[in-house]
Ligand binder design. Sequence first.
Ligand SMILES: [Zn+2]
Length: 90
Amino acid sequence: MICSYCYTSHIKPKHDVGHWWNNPLDSVYVCSDKCYTELEKLVKDRTWMDYKPPAIFGKKKKEEKKVSKKKSIGAVTDKQFTGDLGKFMK
Ligand SMILES: [Zn+2]
């Protein structure tokens, strides 16, 4: 089990957050209330795809820095996409 926010491995799952991506239960977890809150923020402002935890991505290469300066178009979860479509159809 890996925390979907801080990417700590071998966690004791505290919250199941798969529903944010319309994933089945028992597939996406965070390890703490803090990770839950922080990840929820990322999902809401649609930057979760750009989030790279320092634990894994701490050592950045020059090229990667360049790329990260590009303006993000925003990563949308399936659920948000469907929600937007719903608004559009009305
Ligand atoms: Zn965590």
